[in-house]
Design a protein around this ligand. Structure first.
Ligand code: IMP
Length: 192
């Protein structure tokens, strides 16, 4: 039986990405109502994902899934972290600010983190997962694919930035891919 799963995002790109992972999972994904805005007041990715999933489930009366993600830079004590989306007005502003704050720092270690939460129709959180992808911050952007901080996030194993990877390669190693893949077996049991 197909069950409806409301994705707690207004971003059709995120919906498409989740649909790609959850194809044939028995869940039918749909966007949250546009007028429903949820403030991300948590101080961890997991707290924000739970907050969004729980509120969307309660308001819509359906199962809901939410993710919260961002970039943590070691030499900046984990910044921009949960503020990744609010670090500047545009992707290039955010990249410029990060590169400026990091300056000539030698330690360029960083990780993308993605937390995902699923809530049942009464708002209770029933599943959670987290995915991490380690990399390094370059001194200048490289590549023009992807979005956000992708052009400055270099994965040494692949010798490519996220912005230079094919969507399939990024999907297979990214924080979001890992978090979603970890949830799939348990999601199948929820849907029985
Ligand atoms: P949110 O998860 O939609 O709240 O926003 C996370 C923010 O972190 C995005 O606006 C991006 O700036 C950044 N971010 C998260 N995942 C990625 C990624 O895969 N590539 C580049 N930037 C990302």
């Amino acid at each position: 039986m197909t069950k409806l799963l409301v994705v707690a995002t207004g971003n059709p790109g995120k919906l498409r990405e989740m649909q790609a992972y959850l194809a044939n999972s028995g869940w039918e994904l749909t966007l949250k109502p546009e007028e429903l805005e949820i403030e991300e007041t948590g101080d961890t990715f997991a707290a924000n994902a739970c907050l969004k999933a729980s509120q969307v489930a309660q308001v819509t009366g359906n199962w809901a899934i939410a993710d919260d993600s961002g970039l943590q830079v070691d030499a900046l004590n984990g910044a921009p972290g949960v503020y990744s989306a609010r670090y500047g007005q545009t992707d290039s502003d955010r990249i410029a600010r990060l590169l400026q704050e990091l300056g000539s720092e030698v330690n360029r270690q960083a990780q993308f983190v993605c937390a995902i939460a699923i809530a049942s129709p009464n708002g209770a959180i029933v599943l959670q997962s987290e995915g991490i992808c380690h990399g390094e911050i370059l001194h200048a952007p490289r590549g023009d694919g992807g979005f956000g901080y992708d052009p400055i996030f270099y994965v040494p194993d692949k010798q490519l930035t996220f912005a230079q990877m094919t969507p399939d390669l990024k999907k297979s190693i990214s924080h979001r891919g890992k978090a979603l893949t970890a949830l799939l077996p348990q999601m199948a049991t929820l849907n029985q």
